[in-house]
Ligand binder design. Sequence first.
Ligand SMILES: *[C@@H]1O[C@H](CO)[C@@H](O)[C@H](O)[C@H]1NC(C)=O
Ligand SMILES: *[C@@H]1O[C@H](CO)[C@@H](O)[C@H](O)[C@H]1NC(C)=O
Length: 174
Amino acid sequence: MALFDKSHSIFMVMISFYSLYTIFSSVLDVSNAVQETSTSGSAGVDGFWPLAPKHVIINNTVQSKQTLNVHCKSSEDDLGLIHIPWNQTWGFKFHVNVFKTTKFRCHFTWGIGESHEFNIFTVARDDDNFGDYEVCKVCIWEVGRDNKGKAMCRVNRDELNHPVCFPWDDKAIL
Ligand SMILES: *[C@@H]1O[C@H](CO)[C@@H](O)[C@H](O)[C@H]1NC(C)=O
Ligand SMILES: *[C@@H]1O[C@H](CO)[C@@H](O)[C@H](O)[C@H]1NC(C)=O
C-alpha cells in the first residue's frame, strides 16, 4: 500500500510539472516572444566557426499596415504560424549547425492575397566572412517596407539607414 501511495504521488508530481510546462509553453506562444530553437553545443565565432549563435528579428513594416502572418521553418524546426502586428517584431534564436547548412525559410502572408516566401537565414548570405554581405549576429529584417521589387531589407542595428534589400524568393525551394 505504501509503495502504491509513493508511486502515486510521484505520478501526481509529474502531472503537475507537465501542466506547468503546458501552461508555460502556451504563454510563450505569442508574437513578440523570442523562440529558442535547437541550442546545441558551445558558442562559436560568427562567420567563421560553426555553431555561431544567431538571432533573427522580423519587423512588420508592410505598407498597408496590416498584421503580418509568418511561418518559418528549417529542415529541423517548425516555428509555427506567428502573427506580428504592424510596426512590431518577433524573433527566434538558434545556432548555425556544425556543417554550416542551417537555413530558415519563411512564408509571409498579409492582407488579401499577399503571399511570399523568403530564406530569412542562409549561411552564404548571413554568416560568411568571405560572402557578399556583412555577417550578422542579430539579423534584423524589415518586411514589405520597400514596394519596388525588393521587399526584404536586412538592417544593421547601428546603421538603420543602410539596409541591404532583396526581392522575395518565392520560387526557390528549401
Ligand atoms: C521597425 O521598423 C520601423 C521602420 O524602420 C522602425 O521605425 C521601428 O523602430 C522598427 N521596430 C523595431 C522594434 O526595430
Ligand atoms: C514604430 O515603432 C517604434 C518603436 O519600435 C516607434 O518609435 C515608432 O514611433 C513606431 N512608429 C509608428 C508610426 O507608430
